[in-house]
Ligand binder design. Structure first.
Ligand code: FAD
Ligand code: SF4
Length: 428
């Protein structure tokens, strides 16, 4: 059987591995380790906020090793490192967001249809919403924001409504891509540095870290086909180290929360992002922002007595990442749209009875990096950049031609499915 290596086990990598396993002997190389959710009681951890212990978001990896943080003076970037990639930290939103792909002639109807059949996607969670979620939904309806229940990768019956979706689901009610990897060989603790390329063929994959017991003393691996799916933050480094250029078109979908104290709102015990309102360039959705709650002094309030709304923006595709360090500043246009989002959220909170002077903002953060090897119309059939050797494919957020301002996981998985089909036809 021919061999395939998949680098990364997140949305794109795990889906590619699952698909390719039908025709190839697949090995997944994953830099991180097995995922463990944060299980320490949050109310106890919250007591230490006053000691000044939580002075930098990067400290979070000591409590939750799979959550990695990069930051510049403006934005905190969150991404996953471990089996399941960033999907283990996702809030389970399953949104079809392929407008940008359709514009360049990429139609993934078959793949989306299959995903709807194969994955536990549901909007049947409204009956579990809390009082405050229902109230926010009704206020936004009255204001003409057209809120819609969010499609979730969720087994509703198993959900405890604990609000921990972004720090790891304790019950496995929330689906993530670890479920795709059953029966597939995954080597953890294995950081890919570069790929040896010659005569338009990718030959060997080199790794710098060989902590995994399965790995032995070898430092490189050979395969007939290689798929890079190290995410929007990891793939550009691997490609550049291998002599393949990427474009400085990093998008991140910045997130800003607008919050206020509200007695016994209990938003901390609610599915994150239960519904969504789509605006021009951004979405609004209820979201308990744990990052701000622990690391932003304005958020040093009681976790059960606040209400918070998230703005998630489709930013201008402009920026870069080198060695896991983001080089990105938001543009005037981005700030303009964020300002509009904040004004919308203020209006909603005021209608919910909050006092203007009590409203406060969260930390600007982001968790959807991508766009640095964007697909173009010329690649609509092959989904393969001419910059890549024939047997090397990319299958992650790096391929997205534009910022989505929407949850990207489902769209990345649809792309990875199609790419795997193309690979199987050519090499399987
Ligand atoms: C808090 C949070 C909540 C989110 N919620 C949602 C949501 O509800 N719905 C949604 O659609 N999206 C959500 N997202 C975004 C979504 O999870 C990501 O966009 C998606 O997982 C990206 O898929 P990917 O395959 O590009 O990369 P990833 O899922 O990030 O996977 C990349 C993998 O590659 C590995 N890797 C990186 N470098 C190397 C290397 N050199 N060698 C080997 N392995 C490497 C990483 O460890 C990782 O496992 C959320 C993100 C965050 C941060
Ligand atoms: S709210 Fe539900 S899906 Fe989210 S972490 Fe808790 S049990 Fe899991």
């Amino acid at each position: 059987m021919k061999k395939a290596i998949v680098i990364g086990s997140g949305a794109g990598g795990a889906m590619a591995a699952k698909m390719l396993a039908k025709d190839f002997d697949v090995t997944v190389l994953e830099q991180g380790q097995a995922f463990k959710p944060l299980t320490l009681p949050l109310n106890q951890l919250a007591k230490f906020r006053w000691t000044g212990l939580y002075f930098d978001e990067r400290l979070i990896q000591f409590f939750l090793p799979a959550m990695r943080i990069d930051r510049n003076p403006e934005t905190v970037m969150v991404y996953g490192r471990g089996i399941g990639g960033t999907t283990t930290l996702a809030t389970g939103n399953a949104v079809r967001a392929d407008e940008g792909l359709k514009k360049i002639g990429i139609h993934l109807d078959r793949e989306f249809e299959e995903l709807y059949q194969e994955l536990p996607i549901t909007t049947d969670h409204q009956h579990r919403w809390s009082r405050i979620t229902k109230q926010t939904f009704e206020v936004m309806q009255e204001m003409g924001f057209d809120p819609q229940p969010m499609p979730k990768l969720l087994r509703t019956k198993q959900c405890r409504m604990c609000g921990h979706c972004s720090i790891g689901c304790p019950t496995q009610a929330k689906w993530d891509t670890r479920e795709l990897l059953e029966g597939i060989k995954v080597i953890t603790g294995c950081k890919v540095t570069h790929i040896d390329i010659g005569d338009q063929i990718a030959k060997r994959v080199y790794v710098s870290n060989t902590s995994s017991l399965h790995w032995g003393s070898e430092r490189s691996l050979e395969a007939d086909v290689i798929v890079v799916a190290a995410g929007g933050y990891g793939t550009p480094d691997i490609l550049r180290n291998s002599g393949i250029d990427c474009q400085p078109r990093l998008f991140i979908d910045p997130v800003l929360c607008v919050a206020a104290p509200m007695e016994q709102a209990r938003q901390d015990h609610q599915l994150l992002m239960p519904f969504v309102s789509r605006r021009e360039k951004y979405i609004i959705s209820p979201y308990m922002d744990w990052l701000s709650f622990f690391f932003n002094k304005r958020w040093y309030k009681s976790m059960d007595s606040m209400v918070s709304l998230m703005i998630k923006l489709a930013d201008v595709e402009q920026g870069d990442v080198h060695h896991n360090k983001m080089q990105k500043n938001l543009t005037t246009t981005d700030h303009e749209y964020l300002k509009r989002g904040v004004a919308d959220c203020r209006e909603i909170l005021l209608r919910m009875g909050v006092h203007e002077q009590n409203i406060f903002l969260g930390t600007l953060n982001a968790g959807h990096p991508g766009g640095m090897l964007p697909l173009s119309a010329a690649e609509a059939e092959t989904l393969h950049s001419p910059l890549l050797p024939d047997n090397l494919y990319v299958a992650d957020a790096s391929l997205l031609p534009q910022a989505l301002g929407l949850p990207p996981m489902l769209t990345i998985m649809a792309l990875a499915k199609r790419i795997s089909r193309i690979i199987s036809q050519q090499y399987g």
